[in-house]
Design a protein around this ligand. Structure first.
Ligand code: 3PY
Ligand code: MG
Length: 251
């Protein structure tokens, strides 16, 4: 729930490593917290995670920051997961400055359009002073906008210059698809990633990227990218289970 520290760490460009959680169980988030990850993102875009499950998953946000990737750029789910106590939101397919402003409008009470109830978890179930709740919520929430469409590249400076956005988060799979790239090594994808990293630097905005494995991180760090989501709970489990099976009787 409280994430000021996390937002500050992003602003200081600390290298941060998280993962997607695709299995709707809070125990997984507790385990990843014990493992020492910096944050997790419950993936309600590409995994069957409903709001009731998000409610359980963000209840452990005291263990480590829990962000939610919402299914799209609609205002309601953004406000709703913040009400539930999510540390922040990751919004897919932000294609324009208007889209990015819509994310801010959905997230921040001070902008006038986010619906308000004091009785939500983020307001400590009605026990908080209402004004203190609203200003703390606006101050602490973390917003990642995903840059993963060719269209977004055309408005990159306009998006990157919006101050209250915390992270320009690159989605390489969708970006590759949108640019018609043949695969992860296609130079057009790598050029686009470099362009986004440079836009972040020009505008003082942190940049993040999804990686399938940690080996990819060093090259992106050299571009100034500081926030990484690596794989998911499911890919971790699969890799380790395969390793155990492969090596159990190998010696
Ligand atoms: C993508 O690669 O498209 C993603 O959204 C990863 O987060
Ligand atoms: Mg994507």
């Amino acid at each position: 729930m409280t994430s000021d520290h996390f937002r500050e760490r992003i602003r200081r460009r600390e290298p941060l490593i998280g993962t997607f959680v695709k299995t709707p169980a809070f125990h997984i988030i507790e385990l990843l917290g014990i493992a020492g990850l910096d944050f997790v993102v419950a993936d309600a875009e590409h995994a069957p995670i409903d709001n009731g499950q998000v409610d359980n998953m963000v209840a452990v946000a005291g263990v480590l920051p829990v962000l939610v990737r919402v299914p799209g750029n609609d205002p309601m789910p953004i406000a709703s997961v913040l009400d539930l106590g999510a540390t922040g939101v990751v919004v897919p397919h932000v294609r324009s400055a208007d889209d990015a402003v819509a994310v801010l409008d959905a997230a921040d009470f001070a902008r006038g359009s986010r619906g308000f109830s004091p009785s939500v978890r983020a307001g400590r179930f009605g026990t908080d002073n209402v004004e203190a709740f609203r200003s703390r919520a606006d101050k602490e929430r973390v917003l990642f906008v995903q840059i993963e469409d060719g269209e977004a590249l055309e408005q990159l400076d306009a998006i990157a210059s919006i101050d209250d956005i915390d992270v320009l988060f690159i989605g390489p799979a969708d970006l590759a698809l949108s640019l018609g790239c043949s695969g992860a090594d296609d130079p057009r994808l790598q050029d686009a990633i470099t362009t986004i990293a440079k836009a972040g630097q020009r505008h003082g905005r942190a940049v993040g990227i999804f990686v399938g494995s940690v080996e990819a991180i060093a090259a992106y760090r050299a571009l100034g990218i500081s926030v990484f989501i690596c794989g998911s709970d499911q890919s971790f489990l699969l890799a380790e289970a395969r390793r155990v099976k492969r090596s159990a009787f190998a010696g």
